[in-house]
Design a protein around this ligand. Structure first.
Ligand code: VG1
Ligand code: CO
Length: 543
């Protein structure tokens, strides 16, 4: 087998964002673009020679091409073994599970997650470390530096590998094992949640719908929910992964998972509804007649996790990303455990999990996870909910209402302004930053600014400091607005405005979220001058 070094020149835009490098498919299709980035990753993996690598993706358009390139480049780089999902598929949580279980040095995950797919959609590549989690910023910055100066990449000259059949094969000297993408993951789930109890729940007539949005979670959900747990056939809908996600925007929120929302809010709603995203790490939970915000879901899982075998001993601590509501903090306080506040992006949870400081963590963007892997895990969250429903024998909406009655309700919404021009979006953030010192004490409508800052995170484990992670404005009336620019979008800039208000009074727990938050929205728009600076009077998406 011949290894060739191919001369190349750098692309200037290969800096990974919140979760890997994401670009339009057409950008990734430029000659040498994929090769440059993968080589830059490999050049930063210490001890690659003789080690095991995991490769898999969410099956979106271009996945099949990049998997083959990655295999041939891995062989040229001296990895001794690659574990690759059948047909090149692995959900993000399954990739994390496989890396950990088989002691791989890391893994290439091919996905742009919740971004749309297809020839005109997005593609992405991220690298996960030996702990199974996304590479930290020190690593991704080193990759960017390398990619900015790259002069050659290495690849073996070999035919494409048949990934349709499970079993061992070879690329050059390197052994390749084509693995069942679901097996290791399903085995892990069985250790964490009570499959017997959940099967009993389904036997008793409990009905749910899981909408896989034609993305990667379909095979996992079918195998576990319908296969092992005995949920009726048809429980999982849109269960076949498609390269363009069947036209779905694979972002599990009330806007993009509208069919599920309509069913759950309608007269024929089953007992429970759930959905997942492109690469299977996000979850959406819907009770009958009630959408459960991801922030509330994290808090509810925190207070009930001990009902599942994997968490029976209780939790070491919990963490949430900064823009996630403070509902989990209230539960942590009652349990007497720490609640850490991290920047947006799963990579910031890894150190806390590795150090044993936390057991559960989550983000407002529908990511929830635990120390079982180092990624957020969509189906796991759904299974933990099912475990809780099976043990408490209460309907999901009752669990949510009881939670509010005990802890108060954190009304929450997010306004996204997508595809803004980059310059005015940056200017908006800069102007907001400059305003910070003058804001405390100012009144906007009937809200008064109490405090504000530009969130900076000091990692309690390695002491690394990550500045400028979002502007937060706290109002005296127990409300909060947070502003940040997205790090996963692929065209222009996306402004995210996170809005919340705490309501302790049980009589006020059934109000429309938009009514409760209207004054906070108004204040946030005024403070950031959103309309004037972006030319938009309405957000593109409200979730
Ligand atoms: C978004 C979410 C963030 C999440 C990230 C990756 O990032 O806000 O919470 O971790 O996507 O999720 P941003 O920078 O666009 O706000 V996934 O499921 O797309 O990998
Ligand atoms: Co995702």
């Amino acid at each position: 087998m011949v290894t060739t070094s191919i001369p190349t020149t750098p692309f200037s835009d290969q800096r990974p964002g919140t979760s890997g490098l994401r670009k339009k498919v057409t950008v990734f299709q430029q000659p040498r673009y994929v090769e440059n980035f993968i080589q830059s990753i490999f050049d930063n993996v210490e001890g690659a020679q003789g080690s095991t690598l995991v490769i898999g993706g969410d099956g979106r358009y271009f996945n099949d091409v990049v998997v083959q390139t990655a295999l041939k480049m891995a062989a040229a780089h001296g990895f001794s073994r690659v574990l690759v999902g059948q047909r090149g598929l692995l959900s993000t949580p399954a990739a994390s599970c496989v890396i950990r279980k088989h002691r791989a040095i890391g893994g290439l995950v091919l996905s742009a997650s919740h971004n749309p797919g297809g020839p005109d959609g997005d593609f992405g590549i991220k690298f996960n470390m030996s702990h199974g989690g996304p590479a930290p910023e020190s690593f991704t910055e080193a990759v960017f530096k390398r990619a900015s100066a790259i002069t050659e990449y290495k690849i073996v000259d070999a035919p494409d590998i048949d990934l349709s059949r499970i079993g061992p094969t070879k690329v050059g000297e390197m052994s390749v094992e084509v693995i069942d993408p679901v097996a290791d993951y399903a085995e892990l789930m069985e250790q964490l949640v009570d499959f017997e109890k959940i099967a009993g729940l389904f036997r008793s007539g409990f009905r749910m719908r899981f909408d896989a949005l034609s993305a990667i979670t379909g095979p996992y959900a079918k195998a576990i929910l319908e296969g092992r747990l005995g949920a009726p056939a048809g429980t999982v809908v849109n269960g076949e992964p498609k390269p363009d996600f069947g036209g779905h925007h694979p972002d599990p929120n009330p806007v993009h998972a509208h069919d599920l929302m309509e069913l759950m809010l309608g007269p024929d709603a089953p007992d429970f509804g759930a959905a997942s995203d492109g690469d299977g790490d996000r979850n959406m939970i819907v009770a009958r007649g009630l959408f459960v915000t991801p922030s509330d879901s994290l808090a509810i899982l925190t207070s009930h996790a001990h009902l599942a075998p994997g968490y029976a001993k209780g939790l070491a601590g919990v963490a949430r990303s900064m823009p996630t509501s403070r509902a989990a903090d209230r539960v942590a306080k009652k349990l007497g455990i720490n609640c850490f506040e991290t920047p947006t992006g799963w990579k910031f949870f890894a150190n806390l999990l590795d150090a044993g400081l936390i057991t559960l963590c989550g983000e407002e963007s529908a990511g929830t996870g635990s120390n079982h892997i180092r990624e957020k895990d969509g189906l796991w969250a759904v299974l933990l909910w099912l475990n809780i429903l099976a043990v408490t024998k209460k309907p999901a909406d009752q669990i949510v209402r009881e939670h509010w009655a005990t802890f108060g309700r954190d009304y929450y919404t997010r306004h996204d302004y997508e595809e803004l021009e980059t310059a005015p979006a940056n200017e908006l953030m800069d102007a907001l930053r400059k305003k910070l010192p003058s804001l405390p004490g100012q009144r906007f409508g009937n809200l008064t600014v109490e405090a504000c800052d530009d969130f900076a995170y000091t990692d309690p484990v390695d002491g690394s400091v990550t500045p400028k992670q979002g502007i937060r404005i706290l109002f005296k009336e127990d409300a909060r607005a947070v502003f940040r620019l997205s790090g996963t979008g692929t065209s222009g800039a996306t402004l995210r405005v996170y809005l919340e208000r705490f309501e302790p009074n049980t009589d006020r727990h059934d109000l429309p979220t938009s009514d409760v938050l209207a004054p906070v929205v108004q204040a946030a728009n005024e403070i950031a001058e959103i309309a004037a600076r972006t030319g938009r009077n309405e957000p593109s998406v409200i979730t």
